[in-house]
Design a protein around this ligand. Structure first.
Ligand code: MTE
Ligand code: MO
Length: 317
């Protein structure tokens, strides 16, 4: 039996756009619930042999909103290593080599070293979590991510009591990533979280979306999704994880510290110096389509507000 992936279904095969959308939704949901056999799909190419998304379980706390279109989520991206244009990553990220892939773990942890992607993924079972992700540029997307809690991974390295923060680095390979030629950010791209943020059950290590492995432009083979923070915290194509006592450097803070702080929590009450953060536009609509109000912590206030009880969020943006 041949199952078409979202990517294979051509618009021309179906007339009304909403049916097209619905079919993709059903396909992705079916794959994630294990209702459809994954045999014949080549969409797990970014994952090591033996790692399969067939047993992905739906996560019960997913938001109940219509998914953004697969084509928008995989065609309109920020991944500056492949260029600063929104369509550059989809156009150029095919040169990213995700196999073999390994991750170096260092710093304040007992179990450091270099691990293959298979070592990293093998013990985990995968969930489909529908999260809203909001870019600092005021567009947002509703995406069925596939992944596992970041905390479950970090605990395997036994961080020491000095591990107050964790820093992440993206691959740096100028031969594969044409955007590295331009000094728009500090390379390699780096991000950081407090250990409490990293251990929060919402922090997701993602390996897929819409029931299939991550496309390169979305950060294959594994990337963070931190849904209560602006999108740039959700670092792609991770190759290094470092536990440390002091607050780590982050590429956006190093580039423009007046605009991008360490925390970067979604906060409609604290504007970006150059634009309002009070509302957002769902990806895929026209520039003139209705904006929806941005929610505190991107709608995840109940889960994460306690992390910031003693912080002035206007100063700690
Ligand atoms: N390595 C790396 N990770 C990155 C970025 C980047 O340029 N390089 N862009 C970030 C930004 S600004 C956003 S909004 C999200 C976008 O994720 P998406 O393209 O999967 O929607 O990725 C984040 N992760
Ligand atoms: Mo972003």
């Amino acid at each position: 039996m041949l199952i078409k992936t979202a990517r294979d279904i051509k618009n021309s095969e179906i007339t009304p756009e909403n049916i097209f959308r619905d079919r993709r939704r059903i396909l992705a949901a079916g794959l994630a619930a294990g209702l459809l056999p994954g045999i014949g799909l080549d969409t797990e190419a970014a994952l090591p042999d033996g790692i399969s998304l067939n047993k992905t379980k739906p996560w019960p706390n997913s938001i109940d909103e219509e998914y953004s279109d697969f084509d928008d989520v995989t065609g309109y991206n920020n991944y500056y290593e492949f260029g600063t244009g929104k369509t550059d990553p989809a156009r150029y990220a095919h040169t990213l080599v995700t196999d073999p892939w390994s991750i170096k773990v260092e710093g304040e942890a007992e179990n450091t070293g270099t691990f293959t992607l298979e070592d990293i993924l093998r013990p985990h079972s995968f969930e489909q979590r529908v999260y809203r992700l909001r870019c600092v540029e005021a567009w947002s997307a509703v995406v069925p991510w596939v992944g596992f809690p970041l905390a479950d991974l970090l605990k395997r390295f036994s961080p020491t009591s000095k591990a107050k923060y964790v820093q992440f680095f993206t691959l740096y390979e100028p031969n594969q990533m044409p955007g590295l030629r331009y000094p728009v950010l500090e390379w390699p791209y780096r991000e950081g979280l407090t250990i409490a943020e990293a251990m929060n059950p919402l922090s997701l290590m993602a390996i897929g979306l819409y029931g299939q492995a991550l496309p390169n432009q979305n950060g294959a083979p594994l990337r963070l999704v931190v849904p209560w923070k602006y999108g740039f915290k959700s670092i792609k194509s991770i190759v290094r994880i470092r536990f440390q006592e002091s607050q780590p450097q982050t590429s956006w803070n190093m580039a423009i510290s007046q605009e991008y702080g360490f925390y970067s929590n979604v906060n409609p009450r604290v504007d970006h110096p150059r634009w309002s953060q009070a509302s957002e536009r769902r990806i895929g609509g026209s520039l003139f389509s209705a904006r929806t109000p941005t929610l505190m912590f991107n709608g995840y206030e109940a889960e994460v507000a306690h992390l910031y009880r003693d912080l002035d969020l206007a100063k700690n943006y």
